[in-house]
Design a protein around this ligand. Structure first.
Ligand code: M6P
Ligand code: ZN
Length: 192
């Protein structure tokens, strides 16, 4: 017997704005939510003394049926920098170690950074149209190195869970900073 939540659901995505309708949950991530993520605390505190700029929005739609827990997330990552470091997502690793995710860059350009707990690191170059598979056990973060909005679509199981602790404690091995107008990887001082 089908339950009430076992029926198909569709939402309408708008490529121009990078939004979809109807949205169930919207989460705004401001600089104050990413204080521990950017490498220069002095610049972060100077900005926060006057303003708390929006870095990205996440638009969610959970699809929960009596037998499944798929989620759709659309992230709108604004262009910009905090000091010399490009806007990025907080980044997380899944609580469950058997849970992958698909990220689809539908607008903009940048990088997907991936890292294991043991410190294996990968950076996937993103342009509009890149689709990346994030295997289980890899932390993931997206960096917008372009002048335009970067929008990516994510699909994952809600039960995967988000663990931010390894990112808050040590961050990723490499940072993406602007050097003479060029996105450049540098080693993170926090990683030891
Ligand atoms: C995607 C998904 C979400 C995630 C969001 C932002 O939409 O992976 O689960 O929350 O990106 O990433 P973060 O949680 O690292 O800020
Ligand atoms: Zn994830």
């Amino acid at each position: 017997m089908l339950q009430e939540n076992d029926y198909p659901i569709s939402v309408q995505f708008d490529f121009a704005s990078g939004t979809f309708d109807p949205v169930q949950i919207r989460d705004d991530r401001k600089l104050s939510d990413l204080q521990m993520m950017f490498h220069d605390p002095i610049i972060v505190n100077n900005i926060l003394a006057n303003a708390d700029p929006l870095i990205y929005e996440i638009w969610y739609h959970p699809f929960q049926t009596s037998r499944s827990d798929m989620a759709l997330g659309v992230t709108r990552l604004l262009p910009g920098k905090i000091g010399d470091e490009y806007h990025m997502t907080k980044g997380h690793i899944h609580e469950r170690d058997d849970q992958p995710e698909i990220y689809f860059c539908v607008r903009g350009e940048g990088y997907l950074l991936l890292q294991t707990i043991d410190g294996e690191f990968r950076a996937e170059r993103w342009t509009t149209g890149t689709i990346s598979h994030i295997p289980p056990m890899w932390a993931h973060r997206v960096v917008n190195t372009g002048d335009d909005l970067l929008v990516f679509v994510a699909s994952y199981h809600l039960s995967a869970g988000h663990d931010y602790r390894p990112i808050i404690e040590k961050g990723f091995r490499k940072l993406l900073v602007d050097r003479d107008g060029q996105p450049t990887f540098v080693e993170s001082q926090r990683w030891t």
